[in-house]
Design a protein around this ligand. Structure first.
Ligand SMILES: [Zn+2]
Ligand SMILES: [Zn+2]
Ligand SMILES: [Zn+2]
Length: 332
C-alpha cells in the first residue's frame, strides 16, 4: 500500500510506501550500511534480487543489469492487468502506480562510480536510455527520473555501485518548474534558456570544469551547493532516450571524470546526481522538442542543507562557483 499526497501549499508530492518502513537499512547509522559478505548486487547472488528487466551485454555474463526495486516506493502492480489503453481513461489510474528500478552497474563489489570500467559506464548510460524509452511507450507513465545516491551521507542504503530510476504518473516538481522557466524565456527571447546559459559559460570560461566535443561540465553561476556541477550537450537536445550510442560513448568518460573529481574532493564526500530529460507530455508522447534541454546535475554533499535552506527555499553556498570550478579543474 502506497499513498501519494499532494502538497497543499507548494508544487510536489509526498510518497508514503507503508511497507517500506520495514526496510532493514533505513534507520541504521550511516557507518553500519555495509554488506561486504552477502551483497545482493554481487554476481552469484542474483537469486536474492528480482529477475532482470534488462541486462548487458546481450549475451554472456552480465556487466550491468536493471531490476525492479525490492522495496519500491511506487507500485508496479495496481491496474497493470486490467489496463486497456483504448478503453481505460488514464486519469483513473492511481498516482501510486509507477516503476521503481535499480541499475546495478558492475557484477563485482565496487563502491565508486569512478572505478567502473568504461564499458560498464557505457552500458549503464545505455540502460538509462533504454529504460526511459520503455517508460515512454507505457501510456500510463509521464516521467522517468534517473538518479544516483553515492555514499551513505547521500542516501545510499547499499554500497555496491548502483543507480535508480523512478517512472511516475506525474512530472516531478523540479522538472515542471524548469519547463515553466524555459517556456517563459522562449516566449520572451525565442531561444532556449539552457542553450543561452551554456553558450555564455563556454565563452566566459571561469566556471567551466571540463569539455568534450559535444558536452560541457560547469558550475552554474548561481550554484545552490558547494561544487554543484552540471553536464549538458552543447547542441539543443530534449530527450536523453533519443541519444545514439556514439553520444553516450562520449558522455561516459566525461561524466566519470567529473564524478571522480567530486569523489576526490578534500574530506571525501558523497554525492547525488540526477538526469533531467523531457517528460512524455508532448504531442503523441514525443519529447518537448523546443521546450526542454536534457542535463545532468551533480550535487556533492559537502555542505548540509539546514534551517535557512529548508525554511526559506534559498541557499547559502560557501564555495563560490568560480572557485569550485577552479578546484575541480585542478583535480584532473
Ligand atoms: Zn556487491
Ligand atoms: Zn537548449
Ligand atoms: Zn534540472
Amino acid at each position: 500500500m502506497i499513498d501519494v499526497r499532494q502538497l497543499p501549499l507548494a508544487e510536489g508530492r509526498v510518497l508514503i510506501p507503508f511497507e517500506r518502513v520495514a526496510r532493514p537499512c533505513d534507520f541504521r547509522p550511516a557507518a553500519a550500511v555495509r554488506m561486504p559478505n552477502r551483497c545482493p548486487f554481487c554476481a552469484g547472488n542474483e537469486t536474492e534480487t528480482p529477475d532482470s528487466l534488462t541486462a548487458r551485454p546481450a549475451d554472456g555474463p552480465w556487466e550491468v543489469r536493471v531490476i525492479p526495486n525490492k522495496f519500491p516506493a511506487l507500485s508496479p502492480l495496481s491496474p497493470l492487468d486490467a489496463f486497456d489503453p483504448v478503453t481505460t481513461r488514464l486519469s483513473t489510474i492511481p498516482l501510486f502506480f509507477g516503476q521503481h528500478e535499480v541499475v546495478i552497474e558492475s557484477p563485482r563489489h565496487i563502491t565508486r562510480f569512478s572505478e567502473l570500467d568504461p564499458r560498464q559506464v557505457e552500458y549503464t548510460l545505455q540502460a538509462y536510455r533504454d529504460r526511459i524509452a520503455a517508460h515512454r511507450v507505457d501510456l500510463r507513465l509521464v516521467y522517468s527520473l534517473v538518479f544516483r545516491n553515492c555514499g551513505a551521507d547521500a542516501g545510499a542504503s547499499l554500497e555496491h555501485v548502483h543507480s535508480q530510476i523512478m517512472a511516475t504518473r506525474w512530472v516531478p516538481a523540479n522538472v515542471a518548474t524548469e519547463i515553466r522557466y524555459l517556456r517563459r524565456w522562449r516566449k520572451r527571447c525565442g531561444r532556449c534558456l539552457l542553450c543561452d546559459l551554456l553558450e555564455h559559460e563556454i565563452r566566459d570560461g571561469r566556471r567551466l570544469v571540463a569539455e568534450s566535443a559535444h558536452f560541457a561540465a560547469w558550475c552554474p553561476y548561481a550554484s545552490r551547493f558547494a561544487y554543484e556541477t552540471w553536464i549538458m550537450p552543447k547542441q539543443h537536445l530534449a530527450a536523453f532516450d533519443e541519444q545514439p550510442d556514439g553520444m553516450l560513448r562520449e558522455l561516459g568518460p566525461l561524466l566519470q571524470e567529473v564524478a571522480g573529481r567530486i569523489e576526490r574532493l578534500p574530506g571525501g564526500t558523497g554525492y547525488n546526481f540526477w538526469l533531467h530529460t523531457s517528460p512524455f507530455t508532448g504531442r503523441g508522447r514525443r519529447p518537448l522538442e523546443g521546450g526542454f534541454h536534457w542535463h545532468l546535475e551533480l550535487m556533492p554533499r559537502v555542505t548540509q542543507q539546514a534551517g535557512f535552506e529548508w525554511g526559506g527555499g534559498d541557499y547559502i553556498n560557501p564555495v563560490a562557483p568560480e572557485q569550485a570550478a577552479a578546484t575541480l579543474r585542478d583535480l584532473a
